[in-house]
Structure formats: structure tokens, C-alpha cells
Ligand binder design. Structure first.
Ligand code: 5AD
Ligand code: SF4
Length: 454
């Protein structure tokens, strides 16, 4: 943070230190990496703490009130740090809070030097030059999503065996509780050839598993050879990339789970047997109020069809409790759905009113009831997750070793079902896919023994 025209903020050395803090979803993780790459070209070296940083970027999330408010407390903390260390830093707010609140952030926190919305990251170098030229606080929250992808550097490298790749951004669904259509804008799909080129670069630099990202990823309809491609077509083509062992995608909407995508789960070995398919509620009345455009039984039938195509598929979901108007009966319907589906894992949240969304003005359910229902939903989800974890004991499954474990001689990896697996293994084996016999099941991880020869 600096006085806007304070030239003393210019770093003395050539290499400047950049710290990016990421909040929220995987798309923000991807965007943070892309921002760091863009700024690496400008001489910024990424560091993993703000302590000595010259530039701090907060890549923020606006999905729930708590996430958005955290940004302001972190900004306060940075101001304190700056005073303590006696050296100024530049601070930027990026991501969905930047998009939603724009100039308001600078009014509330005048020390902020730049505010950049998610579609404008390619303009960061210009914004930083303008700051250095003393042009004052920079705020850009435009929406030209195509420019962002084509103007970000095409030098993408993977930092490990697993990587994210954004293929689609924005959402046209307008669920009544959700800010995404406003912060990320209308649905946009990247051209397939750009995605395939980026995927190949990631694989060349060590990625063995790629997760395709989009707020509504299964609505993907990017330009490809012979017309627009569906997500299923994109996955089929990606599965031809030599060296790419695993493909995942997230997040999906039930209404975009097309026949060809369901079939792909049964036909493409490299497409991992895991699907995050949020339903939000098990009550038809609430689903209608949420503008979800599906009901609980159509979701059940959809899951049946997906399981027919890929019987061992692990399912994940998102749930909101305490939506305006939710009765005890509606809540019971949600518990019933959770029991019926048997999720391998899932996220659940108390409804949080978001500015500008249709549901925000409605009468709120009390905090106590929200808390009670959240606990009930989490208990039901916990049971079904535990059943899924326990059923893995005795199974042998391929695990992608992607990081060191907590202890010496231990590696962590990912099962096909997106579980963390720890096992004794040489750290040199990072990036290998090994067969592991599962011997232990914990709440959020599995333990096992490698049965693949070293
Ligand atoms: N309140 C609570 N949870 C929300 N989500 C989205 N908007 C809200 C909100 N206003 C949840 C949904 C979505 C996930 C990413 O966040 O469950 O699927
Ligand atoms: Fe938000 Fe997902 Fe609904 Fe789009 S489909 S409005 S991103 S919850």
C-alpha cells in the first residue's frame, strides 16, 4: 500500500517480490497462477508470504458474505504489516470482490493501489506501469473475457503432476442466490484449439492430471474443428494427448449433463470416476424458488443414468441450508436426498444473502435454525462420506503421487475418486501413478501400501 504518487514505493532491486493470496474456488487458483505468470514476465518473483513482498494481490471470492468480508480484515492486517516492517508495499484486490465492489473498495480502504476484475488480468502490467508513473489508483472491472485468455502469456507451465485449466467462464443460469452471473459475467467458452495447446504445454512440463474448470463447465460449447464442441468432445480429444493420464472437470449443472458426457464416463478410461454435481436442495419447492430448473427426482434419475454408465463413480455436491422460505419439511427432503444419493464427499453452506441477487431481499431464516440445519446436513454427509471411505479398504487403486507426505519417506497422492492417499514411498517418485492397496480409511484421507515395483 502506498500513497498513490509516492515514488519511494518503487523497488530498488530489479526483481520484485509478488505474493498472491487466493480465496475461494479452483478458478481463482488458476487465475492466480496466470497472474503470477503475467507478472513474472515483468520481473516479479513469486514468494509465499507477504512479509517481504513488494506487491500483494488478494484474489478474492464474493460467493458468501464471510468470504468477502475476510478481504477487508486481510487488508487491515497488511496495513499493520507494512507499518511494522517500515517498507511500503503495493496492494491490489483482484477477483470477484473486485468485480462486485470496484471503486467501493478504494473508498473503504484508500491504501489499495489497484482493483482488477477477473476479466482484466491481462491488463495488470499496464496498471502497474500507470501506478509507477504516478497516475493514481487503478480500477478496471470491464468484461471482455475473450481478451483475457488471448492476451495472457502462452508460456504456461505446470508446477506439478496436477494442473487446472480454465475452459469456460461465467454463467447464464441465474440461480436466485448466486453472484456468479454478475461477477463472472455471461457464459464464455474458450476455443478448443487454445485449450488443447495449453493442455499439451502443461503435460510437457510435467502435468499428468488436468482438471478442466468452468463455473458451468459442462455447458462448454467452444469453437472447434467442424463447429462447436461439447465438453464430451473436448475430453475425448484431450484423452489423445500423450502423457496425460487423467482428466477431470468441475463444476457442473445437472441440466447440462448431456448424453454424450454421461457416455464419456463409461467409455474414456482417462476420464476419472468422480463428478461434482451440485443439487443445492432436496426440496422441489426450494429448487423452484432457487430457479434451479430441475427437481429432486430428475436429479435422482440423472444420477442413476450416470451410475449406469460408470458404476463406481464417486459423487460430490453442494448444499445450501436456510434458504428463504425453507421449512422443516423442505429440510427433511434434503436429508432424504443425501441418503438416497450416497455422496463420496460434499460441501454445505448456510444461505448467505448476496447483494444484487433476487433472493437477497426475502425474509431470512434465523441464524439458529440455519446452524441447526447445517449441522444436520453435515452429519448426514459425514455418514455417507465415511461409508465411501470405509468401502475403499482392501481395494487396490491407481494413485498419482503428487506431493510429500507429513513424515519422512511418505508420499501423498490422489485416488481416481479424488481422495488423498498417504503411503510409504520415495519422494523421487512424484508424478508416478502407482498401484496402492488401501489399508486405512480416515475422514479425509486413505492410507495404503504401494504394490507397484519401484
Ligand atoms: N449462500 C450460500 N451458499 C452459496 N453458494 C452460492 N451462493 C451462495 C449463497 N448466496 C454455494 C452453492 C454453490 C457453491 C459454489 O456455493 O452451493 O454451488
Ligand atoms: Fe451460480 Fe452455479 Fe447457479 Fe451459475 S449454476 S448461478 S454459478 S450456482
Amino acid at each position: 500500500m502506498s500513497a498513490r504518487t509516492d515514488t519511494a514505493t518503487k523497488p530498488e532491486s530489479q526483481t520484485r517480490k509478488l505474493y498472491v493470496k487466493t480465496y475461494g474456488c479452483q478458478m481463482n487458483v488458476y487465475d492466480s497462477e496466470r497472474m503470477a505468470e503475467t507478472l513474472a514476465d515483468q520481473g516479479y518473483e513469486s514468494v509465499d508470504s507477504p512479509d517481504h513482498a513488494d506487491l500483494v494481490l488478494l484474489n478474492t471470492c464474493h460467493i458468501r458474505e464471510k468470504a468477502a468480508e475476510k478481504v477487508y480484515s486481510d487488508l487491515g492486517r497488511l496495513r499493520k504489516l507494512e507499518k511494522e516492517r517500515g517498507k511500503s508495499m503495493q496492494v491490489g484486490v483482484a477477483g470477484c470482490v473486485a468485480q462486485a465492489e470496484g471503486e467501493e473498495i478504494v473508498r473503504r480502504m484508500p491504501q489499495v493501489d489497484l482493483v482488477v476484475g477477473p476479466q482484466a488480468y491481462h491488463r495488470l502490467p499496464d496498471m502497474l506501469s500507470a501506478l509507477e508513473d504516478g497516475k493514481g489508483t487503478q480500477v478496471i472491472t470491464d468484461f471482455p473475457v475473450e481478451d483475457k485468455f488471448s492476451d495472457l502469456p502462452a508460456t504456461r507451465k505446470s508446477s506439478g503432476p496436477t494442473a487446472f485449466l480454465t475452459v469456460q467462464e461465467g454463467c447464464d443460469k441465474f440461480c436466485a442466490f448466486c453472484v456468479v452471473p454478475y461477477t463472472r459475467g455471461a457464459e464464455y467458452s474458450r476455443p478448443a484449439k487454445h485449450i488443447l495447446a495449453e493442455a499439451s504445454r502443461l503435460v510437457e512440463s510435467g502435468a499428468r492430471e488436468i482438471t478442466l474448470l468452468g463455473q458451468n463447465v459442462n455447458a462448454y460449447h467452444g469453437e472447434g474443428t467442424g463447429g462447436d464442441w461439447t465438453l464430451a468432445r473436448l475430453v475425448r480429444e484431450m484423452a489423445e494427448i500423450d502423457g496425460l493420464a487423467r482428466i477431470r472437470y468441475t463444476t457442473s449443472h445437472p441440466n447440462d449433463m448431456s448424453d454424450d458426457l454421461i457416455a464419456a464416463h463409461g467409455e474414456i478410461d482417462r476420464l476419472m470416476p468422480f463428478l461434482h454435481l451440485p443439487v443445492q436442495s432436496g426440496s422441489d419447492r426450494i429448487l423452484k424458488a432457487m430457479n434451479r430448473k430441475h427437481d429432486a427426482d430428475s436429479y435422482r434419475r440423472l444420477i442413476d443414468r450416470i451410475r449406469e454408465a460408470r458404476p463406481d463413480i464417486a459423487l460430490s455436491g453442494d448444499f445450501i441450508v436456510g434458504y428463504p422460505g425453507e421449512t422443516d419439511e423442505d429440510y427433511e427432503d434434503t436429508l432424504r436426498l443425501i441418503k438416497d444419493i450416497q455422496y463420496a464427499q460434499a460441501f454445505s453452506f448456510k444461505y448467505s444473502p448476496r447483494p444484487g441477487t433476487p433472493a437477497t431481499g426475502a425474509e431470512q431464516i434465523s441464524e439458529d435454525i440455519k446452524a441447526e440445519r447445517l449441522a444436520g446436513v453435515q452429519e448426514a454427509l459425514g455418514k455417507s462420506q465415511a461409508a465411501f471411505q470405509n468401502a475403499c479398504i482392501g481395494q487396490t487403486m491407481p494413485v498419482l503421487l503428487d506431493r510429500h507426505g507429513k513424515f519422512a519417506g511418505q508420499m501423498m497422492g490422489r485416488s481416481p475418486y479424488l481422495q488423498n492417499v498417504h503411503l510409504p514411498a520415495d519422494t523421487e517418485r512424484r508424478g508416478e501413478i502407482v498401484m496402492v492397496k488401501i489399508t486405512e480409511a480416515h475422514k479425509n484421507s486413505l492410507g495404503g501400501e504401494c504394490i507397484t515395483a519401484p
